[in-house]
Design a protein around this ligand. Structure first.
Ligand SMILES: [Mg+2]
Length: 294
């Protein structure tokens, strides 16, 4: 198999501009179904959280949907979620045991390609009970998503926006979802034809996707990232790129704004500065940092 990161590094500009697009919760309205119906039940089952399922669900949804960590990589999410859950009074009062993910934390410090291929190789090297439990959860999530998540179309104006942007820009999917799921979802709705490449979690972090595919190949002011989570903004900022937020809960309005105004400004060179700052100010209001149950 070819090196998934090298393919990004070999990415060559064909157009003047570059656009990175996040998938879940940005192009697709798929965050709720994936987290509520797929990730969360598998979390409760594989981590033995049946006795505190209500709180496990609240925590999972806070981390992955309704906080500044929205859209983060699953192997990071599972650490945030177990830590937050273990600290809850209701969980302590019930003497429920929440697994401590020490081996996973060590692996995440060493590795940036936080996808199942690198993870499964690590479980081979270190088949601890903790790692085997996380493996069962992660594979269970993929299986559930494959049979459960269907007929979830892109948001209105996504296809029109892709059409408009790719007249002048090379487009890349920049995501922390497994590539096989991304290819299935972009292919199912016929919008994979607009993007030059699909970069999932196996190709590294979102920051790395942009850096390897676009860094030094386009001027920074001609690189735009579109996303629905603070992590997407961080990936743009780390590359000095511009960022257009798809505001959680207001996705349609955001795509309308991008289609009617944002893309024109990006191509005209009037996006940076006050327009960018205003977008970021608004985006920052939508997701809290701290949970409301404390
Ligand atoms: Mg997202």
């Amino acid at each position: 198999m070819s090196d998934p990161v090298q393919e990004l590094k070999d990415f060559k500009p064909r157009k003047e501009f570059f656009v990175g697009i996040d998938s879940d919760g940005c192009a697709f309205d798929s965050m709720e179904i994936k987290h509520k119906e797929c990730f969360c039940p598998q979390f409760i089952y594989h981590f033995g959280l049946q006795s505190v399922s209500k709180y496990a669900r609240e925590v999972w949804e806070f981390v992955n949907l309704y906080s500044k960590n929205r859209g983060c990589n699953r192997f990071m999410a599972i650490q945030y979620a177990t830590e937050l859950l273990a600290a809850r009074k209701e969980v302590k009062d019930r003497h429920a045991e929440v697994p401590v993910l020490k081996d996973l934390a060590d692996w995440c410090k060493r590795e940036t390609k936080l996808g199942n291929p690198a993870f499964l190789a690590e479980v081979e090297r270190n088949p601890s009970d903790e790692m085997k439990m996380i493996k069962a959860w992660s594979l269970g999530v993929n299986e559930t998503i494959a049979w459960f998540v269907k007929n979830v179309p892109p948001y209105p104006l996504v296809e029109e926006s892709l059409q408009k942007m790719t007249e002048k820009a090379d487009a890349l999917v920049v995501s922390q979802t497994p590539t096989e799921a991304l290819e299935r979802e972009w292919g199912e709705h016929g919008i994979d034809k607009y993007v030059r490449m699909i970069a999932g979690q196996e190709r590294g972090t979102k920051t790395e996707h942009i850096r390897f595919a676009a860094g030094g190949k386009y001027p920074a002011e001609k690189i735009l990232m579109i996303g629905d989570a603070p992590g997407d903004y961080k990936a743009a900022k780390a590359n000095d790129a511009l960022f257009f937020p798809i505001n959680p809960g207001h996705e349609e309005a955001s795509w309308e704004k991008l289609y009617n105004e944002g893309l024109d400004r990006f191509f005209a060179g009037t996006f940076a500065g006050s327009y960018q700052e205003e977008l970021l100010r608004e985006f920052d209001q939508y997701l809290p940092e701290k949970p409301g149950w404390n």
